[in-house]
Design a protein around this ligand. Structure first.
Ligand code: K1U
Ligand code: ZN
Length: 185
């Protein structure tokens, strides 16, 4: 398995509509495995294919042990609302409150090519909506008020400085923990 680079806010692929996966091949399964590895190393709870430079309709999530690979996911039903904080591995260190449906009913295809349906609520529902948005070129900052979006973008530009790179490398979580401990000493 391999750690994949994560595409950042200014990368055009994050704004493109994805292409449905026609067939679950070994290549698709390899991508799923690499995406799980990358998501865990980046300490995320979800990751969508465009975030690793692949414009395919595919995402992975793991929210409190509820672990799913979703190929061609579709939200069939939404109920209620919840407001909560979101972050994005493509926009590190930027956070914002987003209103989402409290519960969603999702249909998708799994890693073996079998269709399945899923009812989710709370953080899993939020994460699924965030990831499925990625598959349609939408980012959580699109839901912020104009004032909050502009503040978030100002913070993003400031922390980026002169750095124009469109991807970032993920440091495996264990190595990052050692680094943080060394920094504290
Ligand atoms: O798609 C992504 O960029 C991953 C993103 C998913 C997400 C986070 C928060 C709410 C909805 C969806 C992340 O995992 S960012 C990491 C993060 O902020 C987080 C990690 C654990 C719990 C909550 C948030
Ligand atoms: Zn995201």
């Amino acid at each position: 398995m391999s750690l994949l680079d994560i595409y950042l806010l200014d990368a055009p692929i994050l704004r493109q509509e994805t292409t449905p996966v026609a067939r679950v091949t070994d290549d698709v399964r390899r991508l799923i495995d690499d995406m799980f590895e990358t998501m865990y190393a980046a300490r995320g709870i979800g990751l969508a294919a465009p975030q690793v430079g692949r414009s395919e309709r595919l995402t992975v999530v793991d929210v409190e042990g509820a672990r799913y690979a979703l190929i061609n996911p579709e939200i069939l039903d939404r109920e209620g609302t919840q407001v909560g904080e979101e972050g994005c591995l493509s926009i590190p260190e930027i956070y914002g409150e987003v209103e989402r449906a409290q519960r969603v009913h999702v249909r998708a295809i799994d890693r073996e090519g079998n269709p399945f349906e899923l009812d989710a609520s709370d953080l899993l529902a939020r994460c699924l909506q965030h990831e499925i948005d990625h598959l349609h070129g939408r980012l959580f900052i699109d839901y912020l008020s104009m004032v909050k979006r502009q503040a978030a973008l100002r913070k993003w530009r400031k922390q980026r400085g002169d750095d124009r790179s469109l991807t970032r490398k993920i440091v495996p979580a264990e190595a990052a923990a050692h680094h943080e401990r060394d920094e504290e000493l």
